[in-house]
Design a protein around this ligand. Structure first.
Ligand SMILES: Cc1cc2nc3c(=O)[nH]c(=O)nc-3n(C[C@H](O)[C@H](O)[C@H](O)COP(=O)(O)OP(=O)(O)OC[C@H]3O[C@@H](n4cnc5c(N)ncnc54)[C@H](O)[C@@H]3O)c2cc1C
Length: 343
């Protein structure tokens, strides 16, 4: 190691300066960040956190930015850390270890190559595995917690910042909830409870992950995410691995709801299961679909999605969120809980 490397702080070594956050969110929204890092290893991540602590600088951890509304004017000393380059896939014994930055959608193709349908629900689910665990991402009745065995994380209150583990039973998973939302813990990866089927499955999945890192993951754009995974599923079909009906149904559902046509962050509010009617249907009943403000619009196709139609600002999205929230409260008597994370 050179003297230069020894004396360069992790922030100086790993952060890019003056980066537009809009390229790191599927909303295409966010102002210029003074510091942004994309560590490729858990060690680099821990070095960054130590350095932030030493210099008294706050940090913000995220993945693909498909559930985040970045501010138009980020705080000048905030260090943004995206884990989407923390992509590692290992098999030890009969278990898969997948690191936080791997795209959730990759898991569906891994399952397809291994002959199991247990991972189909992750197909075309935007975002990385780490955030999927943090949010307990779901599709229909299947949730990320269904496929986990052990989660590995860094407790940022622990001075050593060493990687610790927790079994799925202790993660307090519920609808869009996990223990990771209650503690300042950063997920670095997880063991899956999915069988490993063959050497070929392992090598094909690794190749796919490398492809994603080199040509798919940046910028965080929904059309390129969609075309990458659609292209890969077609390529597998060309090699004789047929696309199952469950995945064809997902393509049909997400394209019919126009999920990948405009920049968005998916559903803006969590559904209120006590009330029993989905937020999207309530917005529909209130005739609010298609309402515009600034560059933002409530999706004409899905009442719980607000799209960035024409260079929207974060403040435009927030305006429409407040409008929906107040209208639902006035007419149906409850304030919906935001699903997207406001930074
Ligand atoms: C078109 C569209 C459709 C969608 N459909 C669905 C759907 O069907 N079901 C569903 O559940 N979601 C859906 N989403 C939302 C999104 O896919 C999930 O919330 C996903 O888990 C977000 O992953 P991400 O990497 O983009 O997270 P980000 O948006 O980058 O981060 C989300 C949150 O996770 C935290 N976080 C990220 N990584 C870590 C980590 N390693 N450790 C600790 N905390 C972390 C961040 O601080 C932030 O609070 C959709 C989004 C879009 C744009």
């Amino acid at each position: 190691m050179s003297t230069m490397t020894l004396h360069t702080s992790a922030i100086d070594r790993l952060c890019k300066r003056n980066v537009e956050l809009s390229a790191f969110s599927t909303y295409g929204i966010g102002g210029s960040a003074n510091y942004l890092a994309m560590p490729e290893t858990a060690n680099d991540l821990a070095d960054l956190l130590q350095d932030c602590r030493k210099r008294g600088m706050p940090w913000y951890i995220f993945g693909m930015g498909s559930n985040i509304l970045f501010p138009d004017e980020p705080k000048h000393d905030l260090v943004f850390i995206s884990l989407k380059n923390l992509v590692e896939l290992r098999v030890s014994g009969d278990k898969w270890y997948v690191s936080s930055g791997a795209p959730m959608s990759l898991l569906s193709l891994m399952g397809l190559m291994g002959g199991t349908d247990l991972l189909d629900f992750t197909f075309l689910l935007p975002g990385c595995v780490g955030a999927g665990i943090y949010m307990n991402a779901k599709y229909n009745a299947r949730q990320i917690c269904d496929i986990l065995d052990t989660v590995y994380y860094i407790d940022t209150m622990d001075s050593s910042l060493k990687v610790q583990s927790i079994t799925v039973a202790d993660c307090l998973f519920a609808y869009k909830q996990s223990i990771f939302q209650q503690h300042p813990w950063i997920i670095v990866g997880a063991d899956l409870n999915i069988p490993v089927s063959s050497e070929e499955q392992i090598s094909m999945t690794s190749e796919l992950l490398t492809e994603w890192k080199t040509r798919g993951s940046h910028p965080s754009s929904l059309p390129s995410f969609f075309s990458f995974f659609l292209g890969e599923v077609h390529a597998l079909a060309g090699r004789g691995i047929e696309t199952p009906q469950s995945m064809l149904d997902i393509i049909k559902y997400r394209t019919s709801k126009r999920h990948f046509d405009y920049p968005s962050c998916g559903s803006v509010f969590k559904n209120n299961y006590d009330y029993g009617v989905a937020v999207g249907s309530l917005v529909d009943q209130l005739n609010m679909k298609g309402t515009e403000y600034g560059g933002a619009i409530i999706s004409p196709h899905h009442g719980n999605m607000i799209l960035n139609q024409k260079h929207a600002k974060a403040t435009d999205i927030l305006y429409l969120m407040n409008l929906i929230s107040e209208s639902i409260n006035n007419h149906f008597g409850f304030v919906p809980e935001p699903e997207i994370v406001l930074v």
